[in-house]
Design a protein around this ligand. Sequence first.
Ligand code: SF4
Ligand code: SF4
Length: 280
Amino acid sequence: MTARIPGREAIRKKGMVRAAKWLALRRISQLTILLLFLLGPLAGVWIVRGSFSASMTLDVLPLTDPLTALQSLLAGHTLGATALIGALIVAVFYLLVGGRAYCSWACPVNLVTDAAAWLGRRLDLKKSIGFNNTVRYWLLGFILLLAPLTGAVVWEWVNPVTILQRGLLFGIGLGWAVVAAIFLFDLLVVRRGWCGHLCPVGALYSLPGFLSLLRVRAARREQCTDCMDCYSVCPEPQVIRPALKGEASGSPVILSGNCTNCGRCIDICPENVFQFSQRF
Ligand code: SF4
Ligand code: SF4
C-alpha cells in the first residue's frame, strides 16, 4: 500500500490555490521580511535597518524582539525609550495575532524546518526520538538566568536567526553550518525538533499566544473524516485534538499558545474543517 501524501486529497477536492493559499502567503511574508533586512546592507536600500532582534523601519517604526529586550534588562543594561517602545509594539501585535505567528510568518529559520518536515514526509521518515516539547521552556528559563549571571545577552551569540542573517550578508560558513545542523536534526533526529521542542524564542512567543485574539477554529469538526492530514502537516500537532474532538473545554477553537497560526491545517483539510476566527 502506498503512503498517503498529505495535501493530495485537498488539491483534488479544493484545487491547488485553496489547498496552498496560506502556505503561499506565509512564504511571501517570510521572504519579504528577509529581503527587507538584506536590501539595506546589500543594495543600499534602507527600508529596514537592523536585525530580527532590533530594527527600525522607514526611520519611524522601532521593533524589538521581546526576548532580546528581556535579556538586556536582566543583564543590567539600560534600554533606550525606542527599544522599549519597539518591544511594546511587538508584544501588543503578537497578543492580537498569536505569539507564535512570529515563527510561521516572520522567522527565516521556519523556512529550513518546514523544508525538513516536507522532505521527511516525502521520504516517509517516521522514526523520531521521543523528546519532551517542554524542554524549550527550560531552555528559555536557563537563558534568562544566564543574563544576570553573565551580564550579557548570551542567546544572541548562538541565536540561529542572527547567525543565519549574518551568513546571508557575509557568506560566512558558520551560518550555513547552523542551518544544515537544524535541517538534519529536524529531518533525522526529532520531527519538528528545533521549532517544536527547543527554540526559546518560540517558547517566549507562545506565552502571549495563550491569550491572543486571532485563532484557528475547527468550525466544521463534524465533517472530519479522520484522514490525519492536518496532524501530519501541523508543526505542533498536539494543539489540534482538543478543538477537533471537543476535549477539555469542548470549544472548537484551538486555544493553545503553541498554535503558530500558520493556516496549514486550513489549506490541507479536504473537508474544510478549519478556518481563521477570533477566540470568542
Ligand atoms: S480535520 Fe479531519 S478531515 Fe480535516 S485534515 Fe484533519 S483529520 Fe482530515
Ligand atoms: S493548528 Fe493549524 S494553524 Fe495551528 S500550528 Fe497547526 S497547522 Fe498551523
